[in-house]
Design a protein around this ligand. Structure first.
Ligand code: F6R
Length: 573
């Protein structure tokens, strides 16, 4: 995922840009670059690979002094990772950095070619830069408005012009961009950590809003050049949240932050031992009368939604459909004003999820967002919001955000069950108490590092593996499998254990690892039968189970006696 930083002030801009980009490295990137305005010229340097390569280039002579500029870390989408494809793109007149995708870039490219433009990169960003150049006749705002009228897609742009040495222009459509406000200096960034060292104050730029930053002022305009007043936000994270604090990497730090994240999320939502969601706009009357519930999200957040489906359906007996946001928004879903659409998102900015939310609202459904980032687009757009308090999640691979999303799904299920008279107050109090025990169980489990390392050592050379489970175990396996793929690059699939025999079992080969999750008493024996099936074909099974039963087949690679999340997911059984 790409990162944007921009700076205008009195400091050496190159230093600030490199520092800001280093804070965005966690997003992943394959090249980086900066443009700095210096003595009436735009000076640009770009390098494939790590930020260090860019720094080496800068200290090897391409060094330049300036106090206004833009920087970018690129994750290749259009064209391979290379110096040429790296951002910024532009010419002697202007330079731009870009996050997101310009969907109609091929059409624009053809028409610019007819006007005599030539292209050196394979990127959609270069097309935006040339289009801006085409419209630029001395008025940057005019040119940017023209470009916005022509490009389609979701994007965020940071732009500098040679003729405006002390100014950054920024605009966005769906891709997130913030404007940081310092003392005698201002910033743009795709994410808060890039500027936290300098300021906690920032504005959220909305779609189709234009920001004009000088060192002492920030102005916002709409596409008709009307001035917009905006409310300043203050990040409630400190620098520590953006540092690894002794952990090898952010993901590990965030895994260890799960107990506190869950505590912080649940504590304000429990009153007299019962779920208390009034502060989120969810009064009992609103929550009582839904025919159907839809849960819409992407990736990990969607997997938390699948857990939500199992728990809500089990306890509340309302049909719940879980949808991948990028499918939901294009499939003309059947929803009405009698339905509740729950949108889950850590960032609150995921373009497909936001579009799904807008669609649900348009069709009259009540919308509830479960979001981590306060004031994010999804949080502002939804009718009701439950904020998860996971704190800043820097790792691209989501961990603690998933745990708090799952915790909220449980709490919501308890609340819905209680007000719909599906469970008694005592039962609800009992469930809520058990949920509140989860942080300490996770803490204990995180101490068991050696066991986890041992399992990893058994899997590290696998080409492919399967997670199998039923019900909630299957839901949890989906997230396990995604995490494994994302982090280790080992292919894996989560499969409903009972469905294996209908074809997929033919994939099982001698010594193939299969991670079987069997934590629900009611489904335990069924999953054990499926384990026997894969073992008969030579699989090396790792069993995650909290159920103590003599029916466990022998000769398993490893049996992990689980007590933590499993307690969470067994709660209802
Ligand atoms: C995977 C991961 C992604 C996100 C997904 C949705 O580890 O982090 O799958 O869960 O991109 O992001 P949010 O929750 O910000 O909408």
């Amino acid at each position: 995922m790409c990162g944007i930083v921009g700076y205008v002030g009195n400091k050496d801009c190159t230093e600030v840009l490199i520092d800001g980009l280093s804070k965005l490295e966690y997003r992943g990137y394959d090249s980086a670059g900066i443009s700095v305005l210096e003595n009436g010229c735009i000076r640009t340097v770009k390098a494939q690979g790590k930020l260090k390569n860019l720094e080496d280039k800068i200290s090897a002579g391409e060094c330049f002094k300036g106090t206004c500029g833009i920087g970018h870390t690129r994750w290749a989408t259009h064209g391979e990772p290379s110096d040429i494809n790296a951002h910024p793109h532009g010419n002697a007149i202007l330079s731009i950095v870009h996050n997101g995708i310009i969907e109609n870039y091929m059409d624009i490219k053809e028409s610019l070619k007819n006007d005599g433009y030539t292209f050196e990169s394979q990127t959609d960003t270069e097309i935006a830069a040339k289009l801006l150049d085409y419209y630029y006749k001395g008025d940057p705002v005019e040119a940017i408005i023209h470009v916005l009228g022509e490009v389609r897609g979701s994007f965020a742009l940071g732009i500098v012009f040679k003729d405006f040495e002390d100014t950054i222009f920024a605009v966005r459509k769906e891709s997130p961009l913030i404007v940081g406000v310092g003392d005698g200096e201002n910033f743009i960034a795709s994410d808060v950590p890039a500027i936290l060292k300098y300021t906690k104050k920032y504005y959220l730029l909305e779609s189709d809003e234009l920001a004009i930053l000088k060192k002492d002022s920030v102005e916002f305009l709409d596409l008709h050049r009307n001035t917009i007043e905006k409310e300043i936000q203050v990040a409630d994270w400190d620098m520590e949240a953006a540092e690894k604090c002794g952990y090898e990497h952010f993901m590990l730090k965030e895994i260890h932050e799960q107990p506190n994240a869950i505590k912080n999320t649940l504590s304000p939502r429990i009153k007299n031992g019962l779920p208390y969601l009034d502060g989120c706009g969810l009064d009992d009357e609103t929550l009582k009368n839904f025919n159907n519930i839809f849960i819409v999200a992407c990736g990990t957040a969607m997997h938390a939604g699948v857990v939500g489906k199992y728990v809500i359906e089990e306890l509340v007996r309302i049909p719940v459909t879980v949808d991948i946001a990028s499918e939901f928004r294009y499939r003309n879903p059947i929803i009405t004003e009698k339905d509740l659409v729950i949108i889950i998102s850590q960032s609150g900015e995921t373009a497909d999820t936001l579009a799904a939310l807008k669609l649900a609202k348009k069709q009259g459904a009540k919308t509830l967002a479960v979001v981590n980032v306060v004031g994010s687009s999804i949080a502002r757009e939804a009718d009701m919001v439950i904020y998860t308090h996971a704190g800043l999640e820097i790792s691209v691979a989501s961990t603690k955000a998933y745990s708090v999303q799952v915790a909220v799904m449980y709490l919501l299920a308890f609340k819905l069950a209680l007000i719909n008279d599906k469970i008694t107050e005592d039962a609800c109090r009992n469930y809520t108490n058990q949920l509140f025990e989860i942080p300490s169980v996770i803490s204990a489990y995180l101490e068991e590092k050696e066991q986890l390392q041992f399992i990893a050592s058994k899997l590290v050379n696998a080409d492919s593996l399967l997670f199998i489970g039923r019900g909630l175990d299957y839901a949890m396996s989906m997230e396990g499998s995604l995490k494994l793929k994302e982090i280790s690059y080992i292919h894996s699939e989560a499969y409903p254990a009972g469905e294996l025999k209908h074809g997929t079992i033919s994939l099982i080969t001698e010594n193939m690892p299969v991670i079987a999750v069997a934590t629900q008493k009611s489904l335990f024996e069924k999953t054990i039968s499926n384990i026997k099936e894969v073992k008969a074909r030579g699989a090396n099974v790792i069993l995650l189970s909290s159920c103590d039963s003599k029916t466990k087949p022998g000769m398993m690679l490893l049996i992990i006696e689980l007590t933590f999340l499993v307690q969470m997911i067994c709660l209802c059984h």
